[in-house]
Design a protein around this ligand. Structure first.
Ligand SMILES: [Zn+2]
Length: 84
């Protein structure tokens, strides 16, 4: 399964070895093994995308097993909220 998370400590990205800093969003993939992927890796692999919504750019993860719009809303958060 895939989950969008916020880093609450320093986490290393399993895709590019970059350190994901405090408050950054990242994706946790738990399939055969657990992997943490930074936003850049998610975007390049197609696991996340930016959408324009009411003039704001919103990052959304796409968990394959959660395709209803209700769950999609739980996984999207505007960049404005991240800065708080
Ligand atoms: Zn990465």
């Amino acid at each position: 399964m895939r989950r969008g998370c916020f880093a609450i400590g320093e986490i290393k990205c399993d895709g590019c070895d970059r350190v994901i800093g405090y408050g950054e969003r990242y994706l946790v993939m738990e399939e055969d093994e657990k992997q943490c992927l930074c936003i850049d890796c998610c975007l390049s692999k197609g696991y996340a995308a930016y959408w324009e919504q009411k003039g704001e750019r919103v990052l959304t993860f796409f968990p394959p097993e959660l395709e209803s719009s209700e769950n999609l809303n739980d996984n999207s958060l505007s960049e404005k909220q991240i800065d708080v």
